[in-house]
Design a protein around this ligand. Structure first.
Ligand SMILES: O=C(CO)COP(=O)(O)O
Length: 159
């Protein structure tokens, strides 16, 4: 039996530019890993536009000395802010070292962020190894067409 993706009818494509808009996020026990990873990849990251949740962003800009747009701190709404930017197609890629060992007070926000990243089909790295693979992809520095929800068709079907 051929299984058609449920959302196939309401998808379209969009192009991720060669210069990506990358969001960087890490939970407290993972911040050291993200900072070390980002420092190792500073040259590659400097080719892109970077943003981050509040604390992560402050630490990263100190360490990397690169321009980084810092949003609100995660527990105060930063995950939601990043998620909103993804839904608005203002963020192309998410590197989120979330902590698999610690419960977080803003767990619903974290789930929502990861969900919206899946909805908008952007590349997501949730650990260092995947982040290495992502950054070494040839697609990092070239335009890349990806499938996204067709919002106009979605609305048309609802009103
Ligand atoms: O809590 C976070 C992600 O869920 C990260 O927030 P901070 O970068 O402000 O610590």
């Amino acid at each position: 039996m051929l299984i058609t993706p449920r959302s196939a009818a309401s998808c379209t494509t969009s192009t991720l530019a060669a210069r990506k808009r990358i969001a960087l996020v890490a939970h407290d026990h993972c911040k050291g890993f993200l900072l070390d990873w980002a420092e190792r990849h500073k040259a590659a990251l400097s080719q892109h536009n970077l943003c981050a949740t509040g604390t992560t962003g402050q630490l990263l800009s100190k360490r990397l000395e690169l321009p980084i747009e810092s949003m609100i701190s995660g527990p105060l709404g930063g995950d939601q802010q990043v998620g909103a930017h993804i839904a608005e197609q203002k963020i192309d890629m998410l590197v989120f070292f979330w902590d698999p060992f610690e419960p977080q007070p803003h767990d619903p926000d974290i789930k929502a962020l990861l969900r919206v990243a899946a909805v908008w089909n952007i590349p997501v790295a949730s650990n260092e190894c995947t982040a290495d693979y992502l950054l070494s992809s040839p697609l990092m520095n070239q335009p890349h067409q990806h499938r996204i929800p067709d919002y106009n068709a979605y609305l048309k079907g609802r009103v």
